[in-house]
Design a protein. Structure first.
Length: 339
């Protein structure tokens, strides 16, 4: 499958995910402004990938003629505000800023920043692999798994988070079928998750978002596995809007609900989910589909990009360091300290 980010000979290319699955096009990131645009305009998406692209874009900015500590701090602030919910973005910018404060005067700072960005990238890749291994142990043989949005390699190189669990469980012969919700309004489930499942040879069916509860009621779902954009200190989890609805439905039907995410997605500075900033995006993304307006001309929409799932609705949180269950503040602190 086409890689969501390619780094070669100092060049950084990202896959324009808005065009998938029908067109493969890479966009070159040359500086912080390019990185900011790629993140804000959804050319790239998925919390881990956003963080990776942010770090590389700032490192590239450092290599521009005339860049200095002051200008780089300003650019870092701009990149950090590109999308407010994904904490991996904040962590990437934080690490770059710390590096800048310590080595900003060094002649080879740009090269050092690229090296650190690559290390950040490799760490997320390794986390993806380990999440898959830990999560697959929770999946019973012959399971039908429901997932939402896209939490595969396109969101978290190289295997994803939720899809890393599914891919590894499938490799072990445990997966009977995957149900991927379409995920309105960007249709990441239908466009991206289906694209990845097909490439991996995993049996799947695409369902409309409002079919999920009916399948659970019919006994057709054995587990739900989703990713995350930010997890608060008590385990409350922000993910693509609609995740909370699935969690409530799963709880009602006695179906385990798993969140898969690297430690960089956990924000222990937040007491609970009420403190997670939730991005409200343009209503044009909701009322227009594939560039065509479907709502009445004067109608206004309301589109929150994410919602928050309460910790008591989550059966377990799967990280690269192991599984958090039950999901509570004490266990979150324990896993966070292991980083």
């Amino acid at each position: 499958m086409t890689a969501p980010i390619i780094v070669r000979n100092g060049r950084v290319l990202v896959l324009d995910q808005r065009l998938l699955p029908h067109k493969i096009k890479h966009v070159r990131i040359k500086n912080a402004d390019d990185g900011c645009k790629a993140i804000a305009d959804m050319i790239v998406r998925g919390a881990p990938l956003i963080g990776i692209v942010a770090f590389y874009s700032l490192a590239l900015e450092a290599g521009k003629p005339g860049s200095n500590e002051r200008s780089l701090l300003k650019k870092a602030g701009k990149v950090n505000s590109a999308r407010p919910t994904a904490v991996n973005l904040n962590e990437a910018v934080r690490q770059f800023t710390l590096l800048l404060e310590k080595h900003g005067q060094d002649k080879n700072f740009a090269a050092l920043a690229m090296k650190k960005a690559a290390e950040f990238h490799r760490k997320e890749v390794k986390a993806s692999e380990l999440i898959g291994r830990h999560g697959a142990k929770l999946i019973k043989k012959g399971s039908a798994i429901m997932t939402y949005c896209n939490a595969g390699a396109l969101a978290a190189p190289d295997l994803g988070t939720a899809l890393a669990v599914i891919f590894e469980a499938h490799r072990l012969g445990k997966v009977k079928r995957v149900y991927t919700c379409e995920t309105r309004p960007y249709l990441q489930g239908m466009r991206l998750t289906a694209f990845e499942l097909e490439a991996a040879g995993v049996p799947f069916r695409i369902i409309s978002d409002n079919t999920a509860g009916f399948l659970m009621k019919k006994g057709m779902v054995d587990a739900v596995v989703v990713g995350a954009d930010r997890i608060a200190g008590n385990g409350d989890t922000a993910n693509k809007v609609g995740t909370f609805t699935l969690a409530v439905l799963a709880k009602h039907h006695g179906i385990p609900f798993y969140v898969a995410a690297p430690l960089t997605t956990i924000d222990m500075s937040l007491r609970d989910g009420s403190e997670i900033p939730i991005e409200e995006r343009s209503d044009g993304e909701l009322v227009n589909i594939a560039g065509k307006r479907f709502a009445p001309k004067k109608a206004r929409g309301l589109y929150f990009g994410f919602d928050v799932t309460d910790a008591d609705l989550i059966t377990a949180i799967i990280t690269e360091k192991g599984v958090v269950s039950p999901v509570n503040r004490a266990n979150m602190k324990k896993i966070a300290k292991e980083e």
